[in-house]
Design a protein. Structure first.
Lengths: 864, 582
């Protein structure tokens, strides 16, 4: 057996494709499935005929659909053609009417017999069956089939068409083959053969809760009464009146047949609807229905719950809800079945039309497990499938059949199971429901509470550790007053995996979680697993003093730090927040993390209510960005020059260039207001800095006997553009000795060699280097030794105080003394020389240059 | 993050903080300091040693008034709160005007003052008194109601008397002079109390102008075999802690919601923020205790069954009446919410006739947490026991389910047990600490007598023993030379003073000789920054006419009671040390 799938593009492509396929009807029968979401009925029949012309021996099985499944993806607006060439087995196909000449449905019993007569052989193993939703008695039909031809695995469902409204898309679905199409027929393809083996498995994702109930009254597809109570009332009573506002939620809460392998069936909740609208009285189809309910008032507007097929009185049902973890575990189970099946030559996949509606990501995700296989199928409205014992009808299922005549294993994609994050997003609806229910808990009765509780216990815990998850935390913050939260995260987890084995990391992770869990439990705190390696511990402000909580967390951190040879040492970051709400939490946490990073602390305590994001400073920052941008665009980066007085020559020949920028109003900004902002947007800094240097070069190239200092940051030295400009200029100017580059000493100099390289290059070209702000920060004297500075600038903060403080004066004396001892020629410059008294001191210590308001104020011009 | 440059320092000119009224006032101000740390409080308590003759008291008062209060002026605070309470009236009008004139440029708030031209915070005396008198007349049918009043010069006392008379007359009871007896408003009120009882043998209820005054009445009644609350109903004013600690506990009129201190600080901060403020009256109500059984509201079974949020919070506010008025540290356990949680769970279980065992355990745990976190601070034993009793009785009238009721009763029992345990623990703690304090005080005093020939040495060893007294955080300053006061004139402190030592978390650090000098002007903010405290109190080290220095301490239970005593003792010892050198 072999299967090809391809998308229908055009007839000529189709011809080409079939030519390439070496189909050999003599070897075995050929089944061609067509699932189309782009053709009307007559077009589809045309297509079928066309194919039949190319491959006259093929059995054609066609249905309409809303989306097709092909290559592990769900695709809209496509028509998929799947060609299966059997090697040994037989295919029989048929398109039978499901309604008689009077327009009445053929009884389930008769239909099943007709099906048996048409296609079932003694060695038939597999029956692909598609109906349309017009035939409401499908559930009974499947049941009868079990009796008439037991042991045949059925797979199929009801055809639908693309339409956003589910009900309409169901009504207009049709089945077809080369002989015609119909919305009142059944299309069949039976596969048989001695060597053929099939395995069908299914996924629901529905978690059953509560006790078994019984349908005690039904009217066609409507459930009228459950356990003797009005069914609509029962439904809302259990789910809460909230449902009346959000009818779409009903999809998350299907019923399941408790007797039949728990196949779920969805119900819709309709309010203020008349039975006569759903079942027109003049329609002969419903004659029997009304006959059996003589007393019913079909004109009364009432709330009702409706399934998509006729329901039998006496059916045992249970309540259920669909959630991600169950989806994952069901899929895992199904995958295990399919992957273990060793004759998987061909995969058929059918999913329910409601699945992408409930959980859009879920349908995509679960199909992607079979991405690299030859799976092909479509979305259906309601599914017929073999549940392991017998065939059943349900909906909201995803069905996969693997079949083959010889050994074959497909390339599955189990990797998908470790990426389930997208499913959690799907849970939002359900969480929204739970949250809303918590909120109105006061006026609901116990039945609802029980149900909510049941949902919550399954929904609010993480899969691997069994601890509560982020959703649970949000609910606890909202409703249980857990407003003191400690976020714990571990730094640099990624780098761990480069050195350690996965097992070792996992072991460490489990130990980390275990320690936190134990500690939290011991102290009666709640613990949540937010993400891998990220944990939150929460306390209630009405139970625990915040200071106690914070100190407990500190102890936990110590405990986690405690190194143990069996595990990798981890660095957990703790951020303890008071007054958390769901709204402020993320912002505050991110803010806190930023602060922690800046300050390099691993433990941080803050109060959400008083820690507001400083809007004003953010606003100022962006205003400043505008100013800088303006200055760049309009050439408003302005150098100013402050003269430096030579204490030996008693004159000013040297200047320091200082950067200013101007806004459109002519306002001048000083570096302390814009430099930091510019730095945080690195490219802005580079631009203004280069502009500044160019201007200074430009300005001073006119002078022979005036020299200038230019401030450079480490970023500038790293900037190739900048260094190229500097080197080019120095290499071409006549007086390179007039240019002094001041390197800020207090900047964190990480790449030390780079600076030495820069300094050497400047010296080589004849320029000079000064060390700026010496004495501010914690000076690294090694730099002073290793980097060959020509000038050393004493930080203004020391100079300013030299008259008041003996200590400051001593420092200046020390620097002066060091200069004398040094074999290198170094000139000392004192900044902030503001008055005569300071100048006298400087002279007394033989400081070479003085800079300050006493001699010169920064100005755009240079005065002689 | 607190910007240290923006922290405002408020000087609080207060009365004797060992006095219950003043202490509650200061305490409620301290508790209302905003959490962002933008405000600091420096308390300047004035202490008047009680003299029998008024003239002497005046002189004493002047020395306090011109002494410690002048510090507020010299230290240039950002705002000033006058909370002199019962001693403000002793100052003459001109004194006060001169005093206020100095602070004309900074925001001011006056507590319990009649001065119309300033922002004031006063009790609305009428609401509480009217509530009490109306109840006595209309419900109990009393006709003989008397008042133990205050000095006619004290405006507050005078107003309360007027309202008392008005309330009687409104109820059709003409006032007669013998119904009233003035006192000095201290605990020494036996004589006027005796007179009052002699003049009114049929008295049914007595209104005491403040809680302290009731002390004398209590002892007179005890001698005559009369029991307050049974033979004569007694109620005071101010609802101080003392009222609940008397036996039998004293009913008292106090602030209904916010306290004077809270409001005063609020007004001050509003002024800092440039808001328009006006004077405020703080509503009062009667807090019933043994001496006058009175409940603000009754509750019906229907209310109990509904277990509404509002209802449970009302129960809490009624029982833990001090909680609302003393603003609570924001990081502390939210007792109000906790109370709501466990009471609502109990009521819910009662309604549902089902309490799972885990729930029982959890509620029990909550009750323990509740009491362990100082719930008893906000009520008195009498009040809580009667509240629990009432709730328990109400729930037991209809036994919806015997099993649940027995669990609920066990929970109520647990409440009572916890309450008793807390009281016992507090008593034992108090006794133990009082004993150790006494012992350490003695050791400290002995250190002061340990004269050595070297004055500096002697002083150092004396200061080193400061950790023996009750100050855990604070610092000690001496002047270069003692400031000597002449007659009634003001003390002017020198511009500079010397920090001899500071105490941080109970550990004493002596300041090296060359780093002791401090500027008086910057003292308040500097010292609070150093101690990392938001509220401190300063006492002068005085002996007779001499002021030797200042001691700043953290405001704790012990400093309220002992701070002034320690300071006086130090002043004395310093004097002795000085004398011994001559």
């Amino acid at each position: 057996m072999y299967t090809w799938n391809f998308q229908y593009i055009s007839r000529s492509r189709l011809t080409d494709t079939f030519e390439q396929l070496t189909l050999d009807p003599s070897k075995g029968d050929i089944l061609i499935r067509i699932h189309t979401a782009i053709h009307f009925g007559d077009e589809a029949v045309e297509l079928a005929r066309y194919i039949k012309n190319i491959v006259p021996q093929a059995h054609i099985f066609g249905t309409s659909t809303s989306s097709v499944i092909s290559m592990g993806k769900l695709a809209n607006n496509q028509c998929i053609i799947s060609v299966t060439q059997m090697d040994y087995g037989k295919v029989r196909s048929a398109l039978l009417p499901a309604f008689d000449d009077n327009g009445l449905p053929i009884s389930a019993e008769d239909l099943s017999r007709q099906v048996a007569d048409a296609v079932i052989d003694k060695d038939t193993k597999y029956l692909l069956t598609f109906l349309t939703s017009k035939y409401a008695d499908v559930s009974r039909f499947v049941e009868k089939c079990n009796d008439v031809f037991p042991g045949v695995q059925m797979v199929g469902g009801c055809a639908n068409v693309p339409d956003l409204r589910v009900q309409r898309s169901m009504d207009r679905g049709f089945v077809f083959n080369e002989n015609g199409f119909s919305n009142k027929s059944i299309v069949l393809a039976a596969l048989s053969g001695e060597r053929l083996e099939c395995l069908t498995s299914y996924v629901t994702g529905a978690e059953v809760v509560g006790d078994e109930m019984q349908i005690t009254d039904a009217f066609g597809r409507n459930i009228l009464a459950i356990d003797g109570d009005d069914a609509a009332k029962e439904y809302t009573r259990r789910l809460g009146r909230f449902l009346e506002k959000r009818k779409d939620l009903a999809y998350i809460f299907p019923y399941v047949y408790s007797e039949e392998g728990e196949a779920p069936f969805l119900v819709s909740y309709l309010d203020n609807t008349k039975l006569s609208d759903l079942y027109p009285k003049n329609n002969p189809e419903y004659k029997d229905l009304y006959a059996s309910h003589e007393n019913i008032d079909a004109e009364e507007e009432c709330n009702m719950i409706v399934a998509n097929h006729n329901l039998k009185v006496g059916t045992k049902i249970k309540r259920a809800f669909i959630h991600d973890r169950k989806i994952v575990s069901d899929n895992q189970r199904m995958f295990n079945h399919i992957a273990a099946f060793n004759k998987a030559e061909t995969l058929f996949g059918y999913s329910c039309i409601t699945r992408p509606l409930i959980y859009s990501n879920c349908a995509k995700w679960e199909i992607s497990i079979y991405e690299n296989t030859n799976i092909c199928g479509c979305l259906t409205g309601g599914e017929i499938f073999f549940d392991g014992n017998k065939n059943v009808f349900g909906n909201c299922c995803f069905i996969v059949t693997a079949m083959g005549e010889a050994d074959e294993v497909q390339a599955y994609n189990p990797y998908v199971f470790s990426h389930t994050e997208m499913l959690e997003v799907d849970n939002e609806e359900l969480l929204g429901y739970l949250t809303a229910m918590e909120g109105v808990k006061k006026d609901t009765d116990e039945a609802v509470e029980e149900f909510v509780q049941a949902c919550a216990t399954r929904l609010l815990y993480t899969m691997d550790s069994g601890l509560m998850n982020a959703a649970a935390m949000n609910m606890d913050i909202n409703f249980k007053g857990y407003d003191r939260i400690c976020m714990i995260s571990v730094l640099d987890v990624e780098s761990m995996s480069t050195v350690f084995t996965k097992e070792f990391i996992d072991l460490t992770y489990r130990n980390y979680i275990k320690k936190c869990h134990k500690y939290a439990e011991m102290n009666k705190y709640n613990i949540y697993v937010i993400d891998k390696w990220q944990i939150a511990i929460a306390a209630r402000s009405y139970m625990v003093d915040f200071d106690v909580f914070a100190s407990d967390m500190e102890n936990l951190q110590k405990e986690l730090f405690a190194t143990d040879i069996d595990f990798i040492s981890i660095i957990p970051l703790f951020c303890v927040i008071d007054n958390c709400t769901v709204e402020n939490m993320t912002a505050i946490y991110n803010n806190a993390r930023l602060t922690m990073m800046q300050k390099n602390v691993q433990f941080f305590v803050c109060d959400a209510s008083s820690m507001h994001v400083d809007e004003e400073s953010i606003m100022n920052k962006y205003q400043m960005v505008n100013v800088i941008n303006y200055a760049i665009a309009n050439d408003k980066v302005i150098p100013q020059y402050q003269g430096i007085y030579s204490n030996s020559n008693r004159s000013i020949d040297h200047y320091e260039s200082l950067m200013r920028i101007m806004d459109e109003n002519g306002k001048i900004y000083y570096p302390n207001s814009f430099l930091e902002v510019a730095r945080s947007f690195g490219i802005l800094y580079d631009t203004i800095s280069v502009m500044m240097v160019k201007k200074v070069f430009d300005h001073f190239s006119n002078f022979k006997d005036k020299s200038v200092s230019i401030n450079l940051g480490i970023r500038d030295i790293k900037n190739r553009d900048m260094t190229d400009i500097i080197f080019d200029f120095l290499g071409t100017t006549d007086h390179p000795e007039n240019y002094v580059f001041e390197i800020l000493e207090n900047e964190d100099i990480a790449d030390y060699n780079m600076i030495i390289e820069f300094v050497d290059k400047i010296h080589e070209l004849g320029g000079k280097i000064a060390l700026d702000d010496f004495g501010s920060g914690f000076s690294n004297l090694q730099h002073v030794m290793d980097i060959h500075f020509d000038y050393l600038k004493i930080d203004g903060s020391i100079v300013k105080r030299c008259c008041d403080s003996k200590e400051a004066e001593n420092l200046i004396a020390l620097i002066s003394g060091w200069k004398k001892l040094s074999e290198r020629k170094i000139d000392i410059i004192a900044e902030f020389v503001e008055n005569e008294a300071i100048q006298d001191k400087m002279e007394s210590y033989e400081i070479d240059y003085s800079q300050g308001f006493l001699f010169s104020k920064p100005s755009a011009y240079i005065f002689d | 993050m607190v910007d240290r440059n923006n922290v405002k320092t408020i000087a609080v000119v207060a009365g004797n903080i060992a006095n219950d009224f003043c202490r509650d006032l200061v305490e409620s101000m301290k508790n209302s300091i905003p959490s962002d740390g933008s405000v600091n409080l420096m308390i300047l308590p004035g202490e008047v040693l009680i003299m029998d003759e008024k003239k002497e008291a005046r002189w004493q008062f002047d020395s306090v008034f011109n002494g410690i209060y002048n510090l507020a002026y010299q230290c240039e605070p950002d705002g000033i709160i006058f909370a002199m309470g019962s001693m403000g009236w002793m100052a003459s009008e001109s004194d006060l005007n001169r005093f206020f004139e100095r602070y004309k440029d900074i925001p001011k708030v006056l507590v319990s003052s009649e001065k119309q031209e300033y922002i004031t915070v006063n009790y609305d005396n009428e609401t509480g008194i009217k509530e009490a008198i109306d109840y006595l007349v209309n419900v109990n049918g009393f006709t003989n109601i008397c008042m133990l009043g205050g000095d006619s010069l004290n405006p507050d006392a005078e107003e309360r008397k007027k309202i008392f008379i008005k309330c009687l007359e409104n109820n059709g009871l003409p006032f007669r002079e013998e119904f009233f007896e003035p006192t000095n408003m201290s605990t020494h009120t036996e004589v006027p109390a005796q007179r009052l009882l002699d003049n009114n043998p049929d008295v049914q209820a007595v209104f005491c102008v403040n809680d302290t005054t009731a002390k004398g009445l209590y002892s007179v009644m005890e001698r005559r075999g009369l029991r307050p609350g049974k033979d004569i109903l007694v109620f005071g004013f101010d609802n101080t802690r003392m009222a609940s600690e008397m036996t039998p506990s004293l009913s008292s009129i106090g602030p209904a919601r916010e306290t004077l201190g809270q409001k005063a600080l609020e007004l001050m901060i509003d002024q800092f923020e440039g808001k328009e403020v006006s004077s405020v009256m703080v509503a009062t109500r009667l807090y019933g205790r043994e001496s006058f059984q009175y409940d603000v509201h009754m509750y019906s079974n229907r209310e109990l069954m509904a277990a509404g949020e509002e209802f449970i919070y009302r129960l809490f506010d009624d029982c833990f009446y001090r909680y609302n008025s003393s603003s609570i540290k924001r990081t502390a356990v939210d007792l109000r919410r906790l109370y709501y949680e466990f009471i609502s769970r109990i009521l819910k279980a009662y309604k549902r006739k089902f309490m799972p065992y885990e729930e029982y355990e959890e509620i029990g745990n909550m009750i323990d947490v509740f009491f362990r976190n100082g719930a008893m601070e906000y009520t008195d034993s009498e009040k809580i026991l009667s509240c629990v009793e009432r709730l328990q009785n109400a729930l037991n009238i209809i036994q919806k389910s015997i099993a649940v009721n027995s669990l609920i009763n066990r929970l109520f029992l647990r409440m009572k047990d916890d309450c008793i345990r807390e009281i016992c623990k507090k008593n034992v703690d108090q006794r133990n600490s009082a004993y150790t304090d006494l012992k350490r005080m003695k050791d400290h005093l002995i250190c002061g007598f340990n004269y050595q020939n070297d004055r500096e040495k002697a002083l150092t060893s004396y200061f080193k023993s400061l950790d023996l007294v009750c100050i855990r955080n604070g610092s000690l300053f001496l002047f270069d030379k003692p400031v000597v006061k002449q007659g009634r004139e003001e003390i002017v402190y020198p511009d500079e003073l010397y920090m001899k030592c500071f105490i941080k978390d109970g550990e004493i650090h002596m300041t090296p000789q060359d780093r002791q000098l401090r500027k008086t002007k910057l003292l308040f903010s500097a010292i609070m920054e150093m101690a990392h405290l938001e509220c401190m109190v300063v006492f002068p080290l005085v002996y007779e006419r001499y002021t030797y220095g200042l001691i700043f301490c953290e405001l704790t239970e012990k400093t309220y009671n002992m701070g002034g005593f320690v300071a006086i003792n130090m002043g004395m010892t310093l004097k002795l040390l000085e004398e011994s050198q001559i």
